[in-house]
Design a protein around this ligand. Structure first.
Ligand code: NAD
Length: 472
């Protein structure tokens, strides 16, 4: 058992006071592997007050000074990389070989990249007779989910620290290992006490943090439902919010697209991390006339996504994070089966490989744009295939789910793909399989949230411009 019965406040680990606990599961076996304490209001208060006390000196320091600490944190996290990749793989269910690369190496690189971008930014400029200075927004409450725990912590903290903010982090109770590693890295990097504080816990601790009067800004990643609640609580006190929420992202295959590549990409994106990726492509839109061809390709390609023990190198799809999540996803699959949707692969009867929280990779075809499966986020390994009549119909369906986090377009030429990409209301649109770019903005239109993370855009989120008018 690895228990998390402490908090990191004002530069030191402190034993948790309260008795409320969450259980951490091994996703592949369903065995309990740890307990997480829930921070009480008094602990949240101490963390916020430490962040407030640290704010004046940290926000007044130079970007180069802060960048040095970000790089030291990256080094300390890197040194813990293998143990952390294993812990996250157990908590979340992502296959270990992917966990090393995606859950650890990529966020470590992002700490360094954010340091470089921040150092190169101009925090002052002259606009006519005004001197416009970029000021740190203040004390930031960062609340993160479990699916990419170190990535989400990094996207918030590296940017907020680079901007000169101080932080209280409340990580997900389902995947606490990354936050503990971060606390150790912060201590090893000798950040001034109070610049980063970590309170463990669930919704109760998170809410106490959002409502604390000493917090200037709330940066939240998680479900749209909780995001709405947090925005309302923050709005009552007119705090700034940044919200990275859910998605129902569409991949649009135009006539003339390379259907085999489209199918490979759609399955890989949808099934990455067992579908527990906010930007996962979970709707594939294909021309009506091509449905039979796409159906056959999907049925043939799905078995390559071998589901099983995340520790085995042959595994491409691991279990879901929790029993609750598995039940929720299976209920959605059963409802789609009951509706008579065309089951192309997987399904509720497909045999799961073990006692853990497994769901077979599942593809449904002929899904109507109005069906629940075409509109609601599943957060599991389920792809919905829809058909469209013409380009206007494809655009309307792609933009019609209310969310707008990511999208993909596939066309005969990049120019045609770009033309279609310009019509899609999503924060990131990939043309013909273009890769992820960590320096580009990431975030959502509509129900997918408010604000952006990534690169310079992520740092901007934590800055307040101040115009100083100078006498002419
Ligand atoms: P969640 O909304 O249940 O929880 C997220 C975090 O909020 C956790 O730390 C949780 O303890 C905390 N929380 C819950 N209720 C709270 C409250 N009332 N006040 C304050 N804090 C509260 O989400 P989850 O299940 O951890 O993550 C899955 C969801 O996150 C999915 O909907 C997914 O799409 C979304 N997500 C979005 C992005 C993005 O960048 N847009 C990235 C990853 C995940």
């Amino acid at each position: 058992m690895q228990d998390y019965l402490f908090h990191f406040i004002d530069g030191a680990w402190q034993n948790a006071a309260g008795s409320a606990r969450s259980i951490v599961d091994d996703a592949a076996t369903a065995a309990a592997i740890g307990l997480v304490a829930h921070a009480e209001a008094a602990e949240v208060d101490r963390a916020v007050m430490a962040a407030r006390a640290a704010f004046p000196a940290w926000s007044a320091s130079t970007p180069a000074h802060r960048a040095g600490f970000l790089r030291a944190i990256a080094d300390a996290l890197e040194a813990r990389g293998e143990a952390l990749a294993q812990a996250i793989s157990r908590e979340v269910g992502m296959p270990l070989k992917l966990s090393r690369r995606i859950q650890v190496d990529a966020p470590v690189a992002a700490w360094r990249q954010t340091a470089g971008i921040g150092e190169g930014m101009r925090f002052e400029e002259e606009v006519g007779h005004s001197l416009v200075t970029q000021e740190a927004a203040g004390v930031v409450a960062a609340i993160t989910p479990w699916n990419y725990p170190l990535h989400q912590i990094t996207a918030k903290l590296a940017a907020a620290l680079m901007a000169g903010c101080t932080v209280v982090l409340k990580p997900s109770e389902l995947a606490p290992a990354a936050a503990q590693a971060l606390g150790e890295a912060v201590a090893q990097a000798q950040l001034p006490p109070g610049v980063v504080n970590i309170v463990f816990g669930a919704a109760d601790s998170g809410q106490a943090l959002v409502e604390h009067r000493g917090v200037d800004m709330v940066s939240f990643t998680g479900s749209t439902e909780v995001g709405r609640r947090i925005a309302a609580l923050a709005g009552a006190q007119l705090k700034r919010v940044a919200l990275e929420l859910g998605g129902k992202s569409a991949s649009v295959a135009m006539p003339g697209a390379d259907a085999e590549r489209v199918v490979r990409h759609a399955l890989a994106s949808c099934l990455l991390n067992s579908g527990q990726t906010c930007s996962a492509i979970t709707r594939l839109l294909v021309p009506q006339a091509d449905y039979g061809r796409y159906r056959a390709l999907l049925a043939a390609a799905a078995p390559a996504f071998v589901t099983g023990d995340p520790a085995l190198p042959s595994t491409r799809v691991g279990p879901l994070v929790s029993a609750r999540q598995r039940e929720r996803v299976l209920a959605i699959i059963r409802a789609a089966e009951d509706e008579g949707l065309d089951l192309v692969a997987g399904g509720s009867q497909a045999t799961p490989p073990g006692a853990g929280h497994f769901v077979a990779p599942t593809v449904f075809g002929q899904v109507a744009a109005t069906a629940a499966l075409a509109r609601e986020e599943v957060f599991g390994p389920v792809l919905a295939v829809l058909t469209y009549a013409d380009e206007d119909d494809a655009v309307q369906q792609a933009n019609g789910a209310g969310y707008g986090l990511a999208a993909a377009v596939w066309a005969e030429s990049p120019e045609e793909g770009l033309r279609l990409a310009r019509r899609l209301r999503a924060g990131q649109v990939d043309v013909n399989g273009a890769p992820f770019n960590p320096a580009a903005p990431f975030g959502g239109f509509g129900l997918s949230g408010i604000g952006r993370e990534g690169g310079r855009y992520g740092i901007d989120e934590y800055l307040e411009p101040r115009a100083i008018q100078l006498p002419r």
